[in-house]
Write a protein that binds this ligand. Structure first.
Ligand code: HEC
Ligand SMILES: [Cu+2]
Length: 362
């Protein structure tokens, strides 16, 4: 592994260059240097070759009708030189690239670990002990390994600021790692309150991290994208990376999201609905996403692709979560992943209570 010395920095203090996004992991500099090396070698050759091309084509232009001359003679030393010398440059590029590549292959021992589940079209991070969240939260200056799975097609996890990217192929675990060197500061309470109020009053209560440039917990962040085209909503398959300054700060954040505290089942169901990715496919305002909206859905008749129908009651919702492909709602694709074994009975009861609360008069 390349050992890079660095002093931890604040996200706001790191600038974007003209070419690159913020540089925020120990990989970034090596990747950027290799990129620049290749680019300047290309510029170095392209400029004189282009100039010579134009110069020669004018200097040796022949009048119309004049026959071309024979070009059979050649200059052996010159040809050997221009073949052998540039190959040293290629070896140099290869070595630089290989060093970076090898470094990114294997996580160092003792790396922290987060599970990642990717699906059409969203992310669920697994922090262990039943804590799941769509955002990736890690600690500054601590190598972190992601163990990634896909529940449908090939996705690819990309964090531009870390210069880290890896495909996620369904049917196997895919691993990547990085070591962040810039941490996310928190915005002031006043700023956070103002954003929450704005979300509530002007945006249906949806807290859009892109609009405010900090998360609902008030942290600044780096972008995380899917970078393998995976269908219609691929461009929306994004989330954020928050780099905590200390392990204690991360632990406090995880604790905040572990299990049910004193919420009512419906409140807890709403949290699960947001954290477990339901919201990326189902809306609660009547609009159609990948799946049906839950607004006023509870207790109504559902028609299925098979031609049958049923009332959307507690059991139906439970079954839809555990075995979504058993009854597929008419007009939708059977793309919902099964949550069997991933949500406890209490979780499912809470979600049912939440969906119930979205139906007036039921
Ligand atoms: C990848 C997109 C996706 C995700 C994520 C997803 N669903 Fe679905 N869901 C669908 C689609 C599409 C349908 C309609 C087809 C079907 O019935 O399988 C559906 C159907 C349902 C139904 C039946 C709805 C009806 O109107 O009859 C329920 C209930 C449901 N989902 C609950 C959930 C819950 C709860 C979660 C989160 C724990 C969730 N879904 C996550 C795509 C998704
Ligand atoms: Cu994707």
């Amino acid at each position: 592994m390349i050992m890079t010395d660095f002093t931890p920095q604040l996200l706001a203090d790191v600038n974007e260059s003209f070419w690159f996004p913020k540089s925020a992991s120990t990989f970034s500099d090596q990747v950027d240097e290799t990129y620049m090396l290749v680019m300047w070698i290309c510029v170095f050759f392209m400029v004189p070759i282009t100039i010579a091309l134009f110069y020669f084509s004018i200097r040796f232009m022949k009048k119309k009708g004049q026959p071309a001359e024979s070009q059979v003679s050649h200059n052996t030393p010159l040809e050997i030189a221009w073949s052998v010398l540039p190959s040293f440059l290629l070896v140099w590029i290869f070595v630089e690239g290989a060093i970076g590549y090898i470094d990114q292959q294997a996580a160092p021992e003792g790396a922290a670990s987060v599970g990642v589940k990717s699906f059409k079209w969203g992310w669920t991070m697994d922090y262990g002990n039943g804590v799941f969240h769509p955002e990736l939260h890690i600690v500054n200056d601590k190598p972190t390994k992601l163990t990634m799975r896909s529940s449908d097609v090939i996705h690819s996890l990309f964090i531009p600021a870390f210069r880290a990217k890896r495909d996620i192929v369904p049917g196997r675990y895919n691993e990547m790692w990085f070591n962040p060197k810039v941490f996310s500061e928190k915005v002031s309470d006043a700023e956070l309150e103002a954003a929450k109020l704005d979300a509530k009053e002007n945006h249906n209560g949806t807290f859009d991290t892109g609009r405010y440039q900090f998360t609902e917990d008030g942290y600044r962040f780096f972008d995380l994208y899917c970078t393998e085209y995976c269908g219609r909503n691929h461009s929306q398959m994004q989330t954020v990376v928050v780099v905590h300054e200390t392990q204690a700060d991360l632990d406090a954040w995880i604790k905040k999201y572990s299990g049910r505290t004193d919420q009512t089942p419906a409140e807890y169901g709403k949290l699960l609905y947001e954290r477990r990715g339901c919201s990326s496919c189902h809306s609660v305002d009547g609009s159609k996403r990948v799946g049906p909206s839950f607004l006023d859905a509870f207790g109504t008749d559902r028609k299925f692709a098979s031609g049958t129908s049923a009332v959307a009651d507690e059991n139906y919702i439970r079954e839809s979560i555990i075995d979504p492909k058993a009854l597929v709602v008419e007009g939708y694709q059977p793309v919902m992943p099964s949550y069997k074994g991933q949500l406890s009975d209490d979780d499912i009861d809470s979600i049912v209570a939440y969906l119930k609360s979205l139906s007036s008069g039921k």
